[in-house]
Design a protein around this ligand. Structure first.
Ligand code: CS2
Ligand code: MG
Length: 402
């Protein structure tokens, strides 16, 4: 069996997505998600100009060797752009493997450890009352876990809180916007939101919060400590985490569970975090963290240190990635939770999906491979439009030292 061609499909049904399609001499093809929010064309170009020419003629079943060829065989290893490309290749090859063996992806990586996958949704609001009202609605709609983000008094626009009733989307068309943030106002305010949320919502629902890497270690430690009485499921990306040792201070001071790494892309971003047990959940998603092949290794290591999965699942990751994540979460022993934000309607015109949300969980069917397909004609109706994530400054205009 041989790879005969591969193509990169860039489309924008509401937001930009990059999909890799690998075709074989047996007529079977596989799909991989290569979307990197705000850097879509960089990944597409790396795939088209550098990866695809060396994929042609290889046996698609050799997932391990091909992974090492594209990771270790490349002089300039790692980095978000190249790892997103490696992830997409790997995902597409596992999709092919499932299709030729006639079995869903989860069967290839351990079978089912569970029948369905616990998810959390996003809940936002301009102020505390709106947040608790929206959280109550989400719980009524079946969610058992909600991520709570709130506007901060005195901070014009808090990242992670959508404007008006539009679907949450942090990227904006055109060049990056510059936004302003005040960490001390944020730190003084956020614990009161969770105090209110617990009063209104009770103690059963899982509450999560995303700091979006906006604190230094000492600020994050204070926040984790002050949120302790409200028993969060996790505090996400409290610090940027490039300096892995920075997490030690948070851990020493608080028992609030920590999730980190939606912007990480290899196991080497986690070695200190794992071996010193500085975190509880891994955020690195399949489409940015080296695909199925690499994440199986990451989660084998995480399991030794009692660390669980908590994959990134915002709408800027495509349905191909979400389906692969559900399979992965079904199979591994150390599953924690999956982020789930339903995609906009137009996305379903382009992608055919095989998962469904019910009573707080995602369920997936037993279509061979990953189970998601793309309609290329529909994709062509939605051409790429540049959209970028914002840049953040302190109120006085200085760039942050996060
Ligand atoms: C966020 C994302 O879902 C999350 O946890 O951090 O919304 C993130 O801001 C975007 O995915 C960035 O592309
Ligand atoms: Mg996040």
């Amino acid at each position: 069996m041989k790879i005969t061609s591969a193509k990169v499909i860039v489309c924008s049904p509401g937001r930009n997505f990059v999909t890799l399609k690998i075709l074989t001499d047996e007529g079977v093809y596989g799909l991989g998600d290569a979307t990197l929010n705000g850097m879509e064309k960089a990944v597409a170009s790396y795939l088209e100009n550098y990866c695809i020419p060396s994929l042609i003629g290889r046996d698609p079943r050799n997932t391990e060797d091909i992974w090492h060829y594209f990771y270790r065989g490349v002089y300039w290893r790692r980095g978000a752009v190249s790892m997103t490309a490696v992830s997409a290749i790997d995902m597409a090859l596992w999709d092919i493997k499932g299709k030729i063996l006639g079995t869903p992806l989860y069967n290839l990586i351990g079978g089912k450890s569970r029948e369905k996958v616990l998810v959390y949704c996003h809940v936002n609001g301009k102020e505390t009352g709106e947040v608790t009202e929206n959280a109550a609605k989400a719980i009524e709609n079946g969610f058992r876990a909600v991520r709570v983000q709130c506007g901060v008094p005195g901070v014009g626009h808090a990242y992670g809180v959508q404007k008006g009733s539009r679907a949450y989307e942090p990227a904006h068309r055109g060049i990056p916007r510059e936004e302003y943030f005040d960490t001390s106002k944020y730190l003084n305010f956020i614990p009161s939101v969770f105090e209110k949320a617990r009063q209104v919502l009770g103690s059963d629902v899982h509450l999560l919060h995303d700091v979006h890497h906006r604190c230094t270690p000492v600020e994050a430690a204070r926040l984790a400590q002050e949120l302790e009485p409200f028993h969060l499921f996790w505090l996400e990306d409290p610090v940027a985490g490039e300096l892995q040792e920075g997490l030690r201070m948070i851990r020493k001071i608080s028992t609030t569970p920590i999730a980190i790494g939606e912007v990480f892309n290899t196991i080497y971003d986690y070695t200190t975090l794992f071996s010193e047990q500085l975190i509880d959940y891994v955020r690195m998603p399949i489409c940015h963290g080296g695909g199925i092949t690499h994440l199986l290794k990451v989660f084998a290591m995480a399991s030794v240190y009692h660390i669980n999965s908590g994959f990134h699942g915002a709408t800027d990751l495509s349905p191909v990635n979400l389906a692969a994540s559900i399979h992965f979460n079904m199979a591994i022993n150390n599953f924690g939770i999956q982020e789930y934000m339903p995609h906009q309607e137009e996305v379903n015109e382009v992608f055919t999906i095989n998962y469904v949300f019910k009573d707080g969980f995602l369920n997936i069917d037993d279509t061979p491979g990953t189970g998601v397909d793309i309609d290329e004609k529909a994709a062509a109706k939605y051409p790429y439009e540049m959209a970028r994530l914002p840049v953040n400054r302190k109120m006085d205009g200085t760039m942050f030292n996060w």
